[in-house]
Write a protein of this length. Sequence first.
Lengths: 316, 546
Amino acid sequence: MFGYFLKRILVSLLTLILVSIFAFSIIHLLPGDPVKLALGEAATEEKIAQTKEEFGLDKPQAVQYINWVRNILKGDFGRSILTRERITDLLKTRLPITLSLSIPALFIGVLTGVFAGVVSAVKRGTLLDNSLAFFANFCLGVPQFWIAIMGVYVLSRELHLIPLQGYVSPSESFSGFVSHAIWPVICISLSAFAVLARQTRSNVLEVIQQDYVRTARANGIAERSVITKHTLKNALIPVVTLIGMQMRVLVGGSIIVESVFNISGLGNLLVRGINSRDYFIVEACVLVISIVTVLANFMVDIAYGFLDPRIRKSWR
Amino acid sequence: MKKVICLILALVMALSLVACSRNEQNENNGNNGNNGSEVQGNGQGNNQGQGENGNSVDDEKRGGTLNIAITADATGIAAWTIAGNTADFICCWPMIEGLFSLNSDGAVVCWLADSYESDAEAKTYTIKLKDNVFFSDGSKLTAEVAKWNLDTTRERSQKATNLIGELESVDVIDDLTIRLNLSQWNSTLLYGLARECGYMYSKEAYDTLGEEAMETSPVGTGPFVQTEWQRDIKHVYKRNENYWNGDVYLDGVTISVYQTGLVAQAALESSEVDVWYNADFSVLSGMEEKGYTVALGSIYNMVPILCYNSTNEDDPFYDIRVRQAVSYAIDTETIAKTVYYGYANARNQFCVGDYYESSEVKGYPYDPAKAKELLAEAGYPNGFDTTITTLATTATKDAVTIIKEQLAEVGINVEINTLEMASYVIELTGWKSGMLLHPSGSSPCIPTQLASMFCQGLSGTVLGLSSMIRPDSVDQNLRGAISATNDEEQLRLLSQAQVDMVDTYCMYKPVAEVPMVFVKSPKLHDDGINEACFYSCTLNTAWKEK
């Protein structure tokens, strides 16, 4: 078991190193000069050179990468080239905001998605199954920003049910948080709902036709018990993988929703960083998103062991 | 019986509550009036027009928060961190004031300065400050503080080279008088001091709080004090109770970032915001029909110009006849009407407003036949293939699409290359061939604006630094216009420069003068937002209908 954990940790670390190199290279390969953007049209060559030196951007890229990693290991993500804010401070304030949206969104998406998938499979071919399939396809096909803006127009502007935009921390006012976050959370959760509903339905349908399920039914076990005890446990194993993957989508994929609702989360910060070629912000955001993803996948790997005795057995 | 007694008691309690609340209201009114009188008594007020009705007019105006929607946050709000984006100025409106301001005609007027004298021969401006100006931290604006501000700006502001580059030193004459010594005469220097280069910050706060604090929460002389700045989200300001220029009606100002135009529009329509900056031109007429005020400013702030690569010998545009042909082939009237929905004016020269407009410039009125003739003369009877590079905004993309179609009529096949800002700023200084549609911002002071773009010897992120010719005559006339000692001379030299840039050398084709758009709630009054242009407004007198 220890060997298995060690192996997973080493793979995770390797993934993070590769992601960091990838993130660093990609942003530096993009055309655009962050210093010129930050200093504006009136900047002189001297001022540009001076600023590049200040941020270490005059050094070779390999040296820049090593310096960046060295500083991160000390807990310093550097400063924004555009605003000179400390990126560590930015991450400390922005990541919790994104997580406060993405965790409830994941929770809602998983619960509703798995439930809808099971119901669809059990009621296969009925109006309910078709309706759920249509809704899941609708959620996958319609752009997230469209749903977000429609919500703003209908729920906020016309019905005045929720605020138009903004964010209130749950520690500041829980009711304020709920009223501000409800629509963004629903928008973010829709994709998870759709993916999980479709995957769960197909997995349950596959498992439901297995011999052992037929045997259970032949033995007179109640249908509810057949589904919950015998079918779901096996059908949900691939779904757990999807949940892990959805975590990446939820943390990094809240960009659009954060932009529409003017929420100062990680996604918003990443967009600002990309637009202004603020290298250190983009690198930090990508690294944080990849850490969250790697952690989520690590937890998924552990969860496999508890869900599937065969995997647990292989740990020994 | 019990029920009757309970009912009577409930009625008495209700009446008592109503009566108490009225008394409270009266007390509040009385306090407001007293405050107003005291301010007026101190000779600081300019908003106390009570008249015969006592405080009723002021009380009606008093209160409320002005909410402004912007599309992107300010880069900086300290004079030395301001990059020149519109949002930088908007976020300074409530709290920072300058020595000078612009009136509704776009002319420079004194604000924190009381008066000024200029001496072109001695190359000096002598500025007398108002005696009663205090920063929100209680410190006074003195000549020493003004000197410190101007010295800091001169050394560190990103726009200082362009706007006040001739300012060599500042002398303190007395407690309220400073003298600006110039290296060479600049008749347009005060325009620079009517924007960020003339902003005044509390030196005491800078010394006490430090530079970093001043960059995020600077202390100025404005009618409001910033209490919160959540970057990319909002700025919150509360009323400066000790404002030097009289009583302020609004309780506060909130400037929020709305990255999505549709959400900003919805916010305005549901009264969540009162002012929406940077509305799309396509929605303006609809908003006007709904009763909203569309403030375009008396002086427009953007001049998109189609620049030609005139330095690359291998490019067809090296030949002036090709540049002229393309200029004749483009119908700018159509672009102004279509792209900007009639809210822009087609211009034959780089100009905003009428004051600096030259009647000498002939320009290139739409004439495809003439264009074909010139192309044939230049050796391109069947046209040629070329590119237009531009910034990826809705308006510029629409404009280059129309230009592409119009040029196709004379045989020129155009490939459109739209770039996001980060890539565009690199292309801006030196695109390799073809044309660049540059949505240039413009100061109301055209001589300064053109000199910062087309004089020789410029460096940094300058339009067409390696792609556009900069003829000697243009350089001399623009420099001459800036250092002219009288208005006639300045206008004559500027006119000559405009003629050279457009007619003689055909360096670019001006497309239109385009306004900076603010859509405002009809319930907002006396705010002065975008009356002349976006550099300043009068939030000290602004009020909202309840």
